[in-house]
Design a binder for this molecule. Structure first.
Ligand code: ZN
Length: 237
């Protein structure tokens, strides 16, 4: 597995589709990196207003609830900032508009590490929820923003004119990869991930803790660790 210890702490930008995706996907890694001195910023493409089974729900109220839950969860992990792009939940597409918005955020924060979701459909026994089309759309748009758009000055020239200079992201960590090659030891921060997930009270059901702990333990066991999270790492120069 890759040696990550040589990188000086800087900024981590996490891009995801929905509130709760950061914590389910890699909350324990976020907590660990914050402890190591990294400044973590979240950009959420939607506010998660489809995360309700109530046919009479006020979707604006659901948005407010989910935004508040996300901000609370991020605070538990020590995340510095949370931004919402406000695309419609459940209908996210990897459009040029989304790519431009993500390009602007990459150029704004100039991260050393970027975390995004896998753009690929994952067919396995953990089911369709984690294959949500919004996750794939957010992942595809994020990777397209990383390369080539964020580093190419004359793509979206209005961004350059507004002062958002080109930026090359050195390390991209893809969650939910079918083919991970970086294993992060999260033995010390798994409890923090659980605490952050509890903040998503409208989304988690009784028993979620055991499920999340057993995923982390099973992955960890395969690598001689008590608990782990996994990523596919892409490097750029
Ligand atoms: Zn999601």
């Amino acid at each position: 597995m890759s040696d990550l210890s040589s990188t000086e702490p800087g900024t981590v930008l996490l891009i995801a589709a929905h509130p709760d995706d950061p914590e389910f996907g890699c909350g324990a890694t976020i907590a660990r990196w914050v402890q190591e001195g990294w400044r973590v910023v979240y950009v959420l493409c939607t506010r998660g207003e489809q995360g309700t089974h109530d046919v009479g729900a006020d979707l604006e109220a659901v948005k407010r609830t989910r935004e508040a839950e996300q901000r609370a969860a991020a605070a538990v992990l020590g995340v510095a900032e949370v931004r919402f792009l406000d695309y419609p939940d459940g209908l996210l597409e990897p459009t040029l508009a989304l790519r431009k918005d993500l390009t602007r955020e990459i150029r704004r924060y100039r991260p050393q590490r970027l975390i995004c979701q896998s753009p690929n459909r994952i067919l396995d026994s953990r089911g369709l929820r984690r294959n949500h089309p919004d996750h794939m759309a957010a992942g595809a748009a994020a990777l397209a923003a990383v390369y080539p758009t964020a580093s190419t000055p004359h793509l979206f020239p209005e961004l350059l004119a507004a002062g958002f200079a080109p930026w090359i992201v050195p390390e991209i960590y893809v969650t939910e990869s079918a083919d991970p090659d970086v294993i992060i030891d999260v033995s010390e921060t798994l409890d923090q991930k659980i605490a952050a997930l509890r903040c998503h009270a409208s989304q988690v059901r009784p028993g979620f803790e055991d499920r999340v702990r057993s995923w982390a333990r099973e992955l960890g066991e395969r690598h001689g660790l008590r608990a782990a999270e996994a990523f596919r790492l892409i490097r750029q120069e």
